[in-house]
Every structure is written in structure tokens, then in C-alpha cells.
Ligand binder design. Structure first.
Ligand code: DC
Length: 196
């Protein structure tokens, strides 16, 4: 069976949690595509070269989840050549045998427009910044500024900007508990699975 669940949305909206839960529930493979851009961002040097030379072990680095790595990822993600290098790997993962959950910014719009399920997970900038702040600590105002800056860059870039696909189901987690959001996502996937 080939079955792709594309999950897009801004930083800290709950994509990761929902993606992992959906993958676990249905036994699908999971790819967090943000990690690819983070790994390229922290490598330094020429970003397109870093993308071409990306190895599986680069995704295991311990410093990929920091705010700095997120900003570096968002910057290299605006470079068309970097995106072009990473497209094939993501497509192959998404359309491989056995069902896949792929989360990112452009999965339902560019990487896999034929995905059987498209979810767009979002929440207000304040709610997302608060969640990120609970994880990373520091000054909450700075975390909010960082969230807004990254949203602006990810949504305004010329190539593959962050936006919901027209046929995406929008899940707004501003006022939805994470357990409810996960249940909603699971019910959408269950409805679309081939029967029998
Ligand atoms: O999901 P994340 O916070 O790990 O993503 C980090 C950055 O990578 C994000 O700000 C934009 C970029 N990104 C992207 O442009 N396209 C993707 N499919 C995933 C991430």
C-alpha cells in the first residue's frame, strides 16, 4: 500500500506530536523534514553543498532542536537550490511502500500534492511561542519575536512558501488539547484508508 499523510504548518503548532502519534497508531514510517533543513543550517559552509553532502548521521546531531538551528534552517530553506536537492529524498520517502507520515511546510503543496491525507496544523503565534518557551525557557518575549520572524520568512519566501493546500484539513490547536488534536488527525486518516 502507498499512502501518504502530509502534515504542514508553522513552528510549534503541534505537527511533531501529531505526526508521531499518527505514525505510531497506523504503523507508518515518519519523516520530520524540518530536521533536513536544520542539519543543513548548522553544517555551515555553502548550504547547497551541505545539502548535497547530507548523511543520515547528520540528522542525529544533538543541537538540531535549538532556536538557533531553527533560524538557520529557515534561512537555508529559502534557497531554491537547497530545496531542489532535498526534494527527491522526501518524495521517495513519502511514496515508498508501507504508508508514510511526512511533516514540514510544503509537503501537501509541493513535495507530495497527491498525498491521500493533508493536514494543516496551526495555532496563534502567542500560543505557539508559549509552548516553545515552556520547552526552551529564557525570555518569552524573545521566543514570540523568534516565532513571528520565522513565520514571516517561511510564509513570504518565493519558493515553496508555507501555506495550507486547498484540500487540506485545518486543525487549529490554539484551543484544542493535544489529545483532542491527535484524535481528530487519527479520525481523518482512518476515514481515508482503503477499506478491507
Ligand atoms: O519544522 P521545523 O521547525 O523543524 O523547521 C525548521 C525550518 O525549516 C522552518 O522554519 C522552515 C524550514 N522547513 C521548510 O522550509 N520546509 C519544510 N518542509 C520543513 C522545514
Amino acid at each position: 500500500m502507498i499512502f501518504t499523510v502530509a502534515i504542514d504548518g508553522p513552528a510549534a503548532a503541534g505537527k511533531g506530536t501529531i505526526s508521531r502519534a499518527v505514525a505510531k497508531r497506523f504503523g507508518f514510517r515518519h519523516l520530520d523534514t524540518g530536521l533536513l533543513y536544520r542539519a543543513v543550517g548548522v553544517k555551515g559552509g555553502d548550504p547547497a553543498e551541505a545539502a548535497r553532502k547530507l548523511r543520515p548521521e547528520d540528522l542525529e546531531r544533538g543541537d538540531l532542536r535549538t532556536l538557533e538551528a531553527g533560524q538557520a534552517a529557515s534561512r537555508v530553506a529559502a534557497i531554491p537550490e537547497v530545496r531542489a536537492v532535498l526534494v527527491e529524498f522526501q518524495r521517495r520517502f513519502a511514496r515508498g511502500e508501507g504508508g508514510a507520515v511526512v511533516d514540514g511546510r510544503d509537503i501537501g503543496t509541493v513535495i507530495c500534492p497527491e498525498a491521500e491525507v493533508k493536514l494543516y496544523v496551526t495555532a496563534s503565534p502567542e500560543v505557539r511561542a508559549h509552548r516553545r518557551w515552556l520547552e526552551v525557557g529564557g525570555d518569552e518575549g524573545r521566543v514570540l519575536a523568534e516565532v513571528r520572524e520565522r513565520d514571516a520568512r517561511d510564509m513570504a519566501r518565493a519558493v515553496s512558501p508555507l501555506r495550507a493546500a486547498e484540500d487540506a484539513v485545518v486543525i487549529d490547536t490554539s484551543e484544542l488539547g493535544i489529545a483532542e488534536a491527535v484524535e481528530l488527525a487519527i479520525s481523518v486518516v482512518r476515514e481515508r484508508l482503503p477499506r478491507g
